[in-house]
Ligand binder design. Sequence first.
Ligand code: COA
Length: 162
Amino acid sequence: MRAFRIRTTKGLAIKIRNFGVPDIRRVVEIEENSSLDGDAGLYLEVYEEWQEGFLVAEREKEGKEKEEVIGFIVLVLTPEGEGRVFAIAVDSRYRGKGVGRALLKAGFSVLRKRKIGFVELEVRVSNVVAQRLYSSLGFLEVGFVPLYYKDGESAIFMRKVL
Ligand SMILES: CC(C)(COP(=O)(O)OP(=O)(O)OC[C@H]1O[C@@H](n2cnc3c(N)ncnc32)[C@H](O)[C@@H]1OP(=O)(O)O)[C@@H](O)C(=O)NCCC(=O)NCCS
């Protein structure tokens, strides 16, 4: 994907670009605050599988400050040839500002370019914020996976036509 700058629906100026290996430190920091199950090794393995599917959102800083990664999305391809949201998270300081929505939309366009027709994901039953975001983007609840997460929480399985 070609990097692009946008203003989110909530007015935050961000850049969305492909992940690069030096971003792994920030990705792990963000994910550690997001109750996801991944780790650096797993993310790098998934990246090696399909580099196009790993995107980051960067905040443009003022003056001499360095740009900073504030969110990421990892998409994978399933054996059936569908897309799957493997992980998505936004730095807790920047949630609710439209970054997650922008990352998902960018991910959809990567999948559409590949002529992929569906995208699926699992979400914790307790994660109402994420469920609301996914529903607003056209995901439908199509299943329930008991005890899906390491801590024993169940998942809602969602799917969207691209
Ligand atoms: C889920 C997550 C990625 C969403 O990213 P985000 O940048 O905060 O989301 P956005 O600002 O794009 O919000 C989009 C929608 O989510 C919902 N939402 C966001 N923040 C919310 C809040 N505090 N309370 C309720 N709903 C909220 C709203 O429906 C919002 O829609 P709107 O734009 O019409 O207001 C982010 O909250 C996060 O990192 N959570 C922790 C990790 C996680 O749960 N990942 C998903 C695993 S399946």
